[in-house]
Design a protein around this ligand. Structure first.
Ligand code: EPZ
Length: 416
C-alpha cells in the first residue's frame, strides 16, 4: 500500500539531519541547462520531485547521474526542447525549465503544468513576462510553443511576488541581451541560493536577497560545483512533529538563518529552542502557548508551506488560534482529515479558526498534497491509537525517507 501506519502517543527523542532543500535544488537543476558542460550539485535531496527533474533533463538529452548526495548534470549533448507531457504533468515545477531552455535553445514546446489541490497555480505571469523579453508564445488548448532568437533584457514590474516567476525570469535573464530588472522579486532563501549558483557560474546579478534584482546578460556561463542549503520547510516540519509529541529533538544542519519567523512562532506556541553551532535543539512543550494568530506571507514572513503543520500544533495547544492563508486559495484541505481525528477547526474565507486543547485520536486519513500529508503524519504521531496516512507518494515528493527518520526518533511507524 501507498501509506504509512503510525501508532501515536510517543514523544520524539534524538536527532535527525535536515536534508538539502527541494525548492532550491529544482531551480538549480533547471539552471544547469544554461551551462554547456558538467555541473555538480551537492546535498541534493533524494526525493521524487528531484528524481522527476533528473528524468526531465535526461529526456532533453542531458546526461544525469547521482553519486550519493551529488547529482551531476552534463548538458553538452542537449538535443531536444520538447518536454514530455507525462513528466510535466507529474511535476508542475517543470515550468521553471522554460526560461533556461529558451535561453539555451530558443524554443520550447510543453503542456500546461497542472494545478494542484492547493490552488489553480496558473502560469499567466510567467508567459506574460517572457513575452516582454521577446518570446513569441502560441497557446493551444492544453499547452503552448515558445520561441525566441535571443532573449532581450526587460524591466519587469510584477503585480505580486511569485517565487516561480522570479526564478524563471532569472534563468531567462542571465544570458539575455542587455539588462533585466525584476521587481518585486521573491526573496526566499531558495532564490538567494539560485543567484549564488548563477553568480558562481559567471552571471552578473545585483540585489540578491532584496526585492529588486538587476541582471546584466553575459555571453556564457561556466560549469560549477555547488552545495544546496538545508531545507527550511523540512526542518520546520520536524520542529512541528516534536511540538506535537512534546519531545526533544536536535535538528542537525537546520538552516536557522532562514527560519526566523518559524522559530519565533514556535516559541510563542510553547517550544523551547536552543541554538548549537550545527543545528537547533527543540523541546516541544516547554511552556504553555499563548492564544495565537498566524498569517502566511512571502519571505521573510511565515511560509505558506508550514501552515498545515502549524495548524496541527495549534489544535493540540492549550489555547485557541487562527491561521490566515494569503498565498494559495485552497490550502486548508487537511481540515476535513483532521476532523476525522477529533480536531475542531472552522473555516471562514481564507482564515481557519482552531479550537485548542484537542486530544486527537487515530484514524484513516488521506494525504492530498505534500505539506498537508506531512502535517497528517505529525497529527498521527500525537494521536491516541493507530492512524493510517494514505497516499504516501505525496509526502515522498519532498521528504527523504520520512519513516526511517521518524523511527530513529522513537516513533512507532511503518510503511503500510
Ligand atoms: C513555490 O511555488 C514553491 N514551489 C511552493 O512550495 C511555495 O509554496 C510557493 O513558491 C510560495 O512560497 C517550488 O519552489 C517548487 P508562487 P510557486 O509563484 O512558484 C500565483 C512546496 O510544498 N501565481 O510564489 O508555484 C499562484 O497561484 C511547494 O514545496 C499566478 O497567479 O508559487 C500563487 O497563488 C508548494 N500566476 C501565488 O502566485 C503565475 O503565473 C504565489 O505563487 C504564477 C503564480
Amino acid at each position: 500500500m501507498d501509506a504509512i501506519r503510525i501508532y501515536g502517543g510517543k514523544c520524539l527523542e534524538g536527532q535527525t539531519r535536515i536534508q538539502g532543500s527541494k525548492n532550491a535544488s529544482l531551480p538549480i537543476l533547471a539552471a544547469t541547462l544554461l551551462i554547456n558542460g558538467t555541473c555538480e550539485i551537492e546535498n541534493c535531496p533524494d526525493i521524487s520531485d528531484v528524481y522527476h527533474m533528473q528524468r526531465l533533463l535526461e529526456s532533453l538529452g542531458c546526461r544525469v547521474d547521482r553519486d550519493g548526495p551529488v547529482v551531476r548534470v552534463d548538458t553538452a549533448c542537449l538535443s531536444k526542447c520538447d518536454m514530455p507531457s507525462d513528466s510535466v504533468c507529474v511535476m508542475r515545477s517543470s515550468i521553471m525549465l522554460l526560461g533556461a531552455l529558451l535561453a539555451r535553445t530558443g524554443s520550447v514546446t510543453m503542456e500546461y503544468p497542472g494545478g494542484c489541490v492547493i490552488g489553480a497555480r496558473p502560469i499567466d505571469l510567467h508567459l506574460r513576462s517572457l513575452r516582454r523579453m521577446g518570446v513569441v508564445i502560441e497557446e493551444r488548448e492544453n499547452g503552448f510553443s515558445a520561441a525566441v532568437l535571443r532573449l532581450k533584457g526587460a524591466v519587469h514590474r510584477l503585480p505580486f511576488v511569485s517565487v516561480g516567476v522570479t526564478e524563471n525570469l532569472l534563468l531567462a535573464a542571465v544570458l539575455a541581451e542587455g539588462v533585466t530588472v525584476i521587481e518585486p522579486a521573491a526573496r526566499e532563501p531558495e532564490i538567494q541560493a539560485l543567484c549564488e549558483f548563477l553568480s558562481r557560474a559567471g552571471a552578473k546579478i545585483k540585489g540578491v536577497g532584496t526585492d529588486r534584482l538587476v541582471i546584466c546578460g553575459v555571453e556564457s556561463l561556466k560549469p560549477v560545483r555547488y552545495r544546496v542549503p538545508a531545507d527550511r520547510i523540512v526542518a520546520g516540519t520536524y520542529l512541528c512533529a516534536c511540538m506535537c509529541t512534546g519531545g526533544r529533538v536536535f535538528l542537525r544542519e537546520a538552516p536557522v538563518g532562514h527560519m526566523e519567523s518559524v522559530l519565533s512562532h514556535a516559541v510563542m506556541m510553547g517550544a523551547a529552542i536552543s541554538y548549537e553551532p550545527d543545528g537547533i535543539l527543540v523541546t516541544g512543550r516547554e511552556h504553555e502557548s499563548r492564544c495565537h494568530k498566524l498569517t502566511t506571507r512571502c519571505y521573510p514572513g511565515f511560509p505558506t508551506d508550514l501552515q498545515s503543520p502549524f495548524m496541527v500544533v495549534m489544535a493540540l495547544s492549550g489555547q485557541p488560534g487562527c491561521i490566515q492563508e494569503t498565498v494559495f486559495e485552497n490550502r486548508f484541505r487537511i481540515v476535513s482529515e483532521l476532523y476525522k481525528m477529533g480536531a475542531d477547526i472552522r473555516i471562514r474565507g481564507n482564515t481557519a479558526y482552531i479550537c485548542g486543547g484537542t486530544r486527537l485520536h487515530g484514524a484513516i486519513v488521506q494525504a492530498a498534497e505534500l505539506r498537508g500529508g506531512a502535517a497528517l503524519v505529525a497529527a498521527s504521531l500525537a494521536a491516541e491509537g493507530t492512524s493510517i496516512v494514505a497516499n504516501r507518494h505525496f509526502i515522498d515528493r519532498g521528504y527523504e525517507d520520512i519513516v526511517t527518520a521518524l523511527r530513529e526518533l522513537g516513533a512507532d511507524v511503518e510503511l503500510a
